[in-house]
Design a protein around this ligand. Structure first.
Ligand code: PLP
Length: 334
């Protein structure tokens, strides 16, 4: 029985063609700056996203951490969504390792932060307070795409208030594909962007932080400090380059599969939130553990949550989505 894993788009396996590209990668010692494939990936992504420089790192968590630490000093503050990855799901790294105070705010229904609330949270220049330095957004945010018009406003807002603007773009390309725009249309508004290659793009490992020469220079020093300086990392960068060349436009298939899943579940009477990209949220209430166990017996891996998240990705086919819908229908008739 082939397993259908809908817990996250991080579970994808590298394809044979990707593994082949990794095996053939030219490598060198990247801590010496001598890995040609890493250098190529960094230059390529910086160019594609409109930045002067980029840095390859093992994880999105490290990429966000280095971004925050490169923008902020000890005793500074960043404003961030209460439900954002950079606040809630990264072990408190910015506070623990960077001595940067988070100021979380509730995320709006569309995935944005209300700029009036952000303005109210900015601390006056007074020694009682941490120095507010940065606004961190996430796109997609739980599968929702931030409107370009909002990003333009966030950009002017941060300029007016002397803040830097960072994007956790773990799923930047899902947002770009959904909007039907070049990713640069999104990244143009930010001072730094973290992009994950190991989510929907299907690489096994790797994220890239993009920014100015000065910011990335600082992040490179910090990467060494936190133990993220890798040696012949070209084998990993090759997977990232392969992903960027082959797996971006196909994200539209994941989005279509997510719609199919949502429609099937709604037709079966489940309460499903509107779907924009590759994430489907279903209200399971106190049935979360029961559906997880029921689906597991049928080869479907789910998380257990009252607000159940299911994520489509390149290793889940349309036929398998139909199987998942059928499983939920059986469950509802139990
Ligand atoms: C929105 C978002 N940002 C950052 C990350 C961190 O990525 P990593 O797991 O590579 O540390 C994740 C991981 O799932 C994520 O969903």
């Amino acid at each position: 029985m082939s397993v259908i894993d809908l817990r996250s788009d991080t579970v994808t396996q590298p394809s044979a063609a990707m593994l082949d590209a990794m095996a053939k990668a030219a490598t060198g010692d990247d801590v010496y700056g001598e890995d040609p494939t890493v250098n190529h990936l960094e230059a390529e992504l910086a160019k594609r996203l409109g930045f002067a420089a980029a840095l390859f790192v093992p994880t999105g968590t490290m990429s966000n951490l280095l971004g925050l630490m490169a923008h902020c000093e000890r005793g500074d503050e960043y404003i961030v969504g209460q439900q954002a990855h950079t606040y809630k799901y990264e072990g408190g790294g910015a506070a623990v390792l960077g001595s940067i105070q988070p100021q979380p705010l509730d995320v709006q229904a569309d995935g944005s932060l209300d700029l009036a609330q952000v303005a109210a949270a900015i601390k006056p220049d007074d020694f009682h307070f941490a120095r507010t330095r940065l606004l961190a957004l996430e796109n997609t945010m739980q599968g929702k795409v931030l409107p370009l018009e909002y990003l333009a406003r966030a950009r002017s807002f941060t300029r007016e208030h002397g803040l830097q603007l960072h994007l956790d773009g773990a799923r930047l390309y899902n947002a770009a594909v959904k909007l039907g725009v070049d990713a640069r249309e999104i990244t143009q508004y930010f001072d730094s962007v973290s992009v994950c290659l190991s989510k929907g793009l299907g690489a096994p490992i790797g994220s890239v932080l993009c920014g100015s020469e000065a910011l990335i220079g600082k992040a490179r020093r910090l990467r060494k400090m936190v133990g993220g300086g890798m040696r012949q990392a070209g084998i990993l960068a090759a997977a990232g380059l392969y992903a960027l060349d082959h797996n971006v436009q196909r994200l539209a298939d994941d989005h279509a599969n997510a719609q199919l899943l949502a429609e099937g579940l709604r037709a079966a009477g489940f309460e499903v939130e509107p779907v924009q990209t590759n994430m489907v949220y279903v209200a399971m209430g106190d049935k979360a553990e029961a559906i997880k166990a029921f689906a597991a017996e049928r080869g479907i891996k789910l998380s257990a949550a009252a607000r159940l998240r299911m994520v489509t990705h390149m290793d889940v086919s349309r036929g398998q989505i139909e199987q998942v819908v059928a499983t939920f229908v059986d469950f509802s008739r139990k």
